[in-house]
Design a protein around this ligand. Sequence first.
Ligand code: SAH
Length: 357
Amino acid sequence: MNFFFDYERSELAKILTPSFRATQIFKAVYQHGIDDFEAMTDLPKAQRALLAEQWDIKLPVVHRRFDSADGTRRYLVRLHDAEMAETVLIPEENRNTVCISSQIGCALACTFCLTGQLGLIRNLSPGEIVTQALIAQRDNKAGALRPSPGASRLPLPMGEGQTFNIVLMGMGEPLHNYDNVMKAIRILHDDEGLNMSMSRITLSTAGLLPGLQRLAEEPMIPNLAISLTGATNSKRDQLMPINRKYPIEQLLDAVRRFPLKHRQRVTFEYVLLRGVTDAPEDALHLVRLLRGMRAKVNLIPLNEAEELNYRRPSDVAVERFKRILTDHHIDAFVRKQRGDDISAACGQLRQKVSLSH
Ligand code: SAH
């Protein structure tokens, strides 16, 4: 059995006869949400039966969904080998964001991230990445009809053509699973499928330099986010071991050369850790680092966990840090903590199934 969602339309066109079946089936699955060949009445009956024997077009099952009081939802998606992909749906004022995983676990071992403590379990296939977005999108449509009790703000309905954003900020390092991630992005982007614009997809990386250089050469490039967190090599070496291999100046050099469209900017994510990355001096290092770049900064006050030896800074320290950046004409935003009551906030994803929810 082939997992349909692992394939680009151009690949399907080479396998199926006649080749235009690829477009027909793509539309049925991605645009009309059909998950049964029998319902594709524009295909000859004999071919429907044959396709059903060869292609799996069912979405993976949601093993568990956690609903946050703020409307955020976290999904544990059960994969064929019983591993769980984690996906988060974040409702916002005028759009929804789906945060999807690229790996189970992560190899990079950032010291402030719970996923990093898992180590890498395995890569996700293109279809396992694509279907996370579909699951959240469709659940959201259904959820608009059946509001979950206790949610103070419900996700906006995401009907056909309605905007939602995808961020590759769940479990894993996307550039460490490069080929599968890029294939997933091309499938999501296909105009006979979900037709997601590249400007609504953001790839976030901890700074895997070879992957970043490869990405810069792609014909289709999503938005780029760089997880920085340390503004000097000595600090970043401690927090993000990947920095020992690809130090800050090399990383920023590659970002400076990264192709950007008109008015497009690179986002830098910076986790604020009390007494470690939140001092005015750190902010000034950051200012120096980003000077002259088309960049904005997302400040993420640490989401605390028992297993982590760091604390979240005070709100005053967060504001002070932000002020230093904005005083130096760097756009900075403080990321609101969402879904922390269901372990769905940044850095908290790691298959914590045994919650009281
Ligand atoms: N590996 C990629 C994709 C994961 S994105 C990357 O690092 O960019 C996950 C984001 O959550 C990163 O920006 C990371 O810095 C942030 N993060 C990790 N642990 C966190 C924590 N405990 N609190 C707040 N943010 C955290």
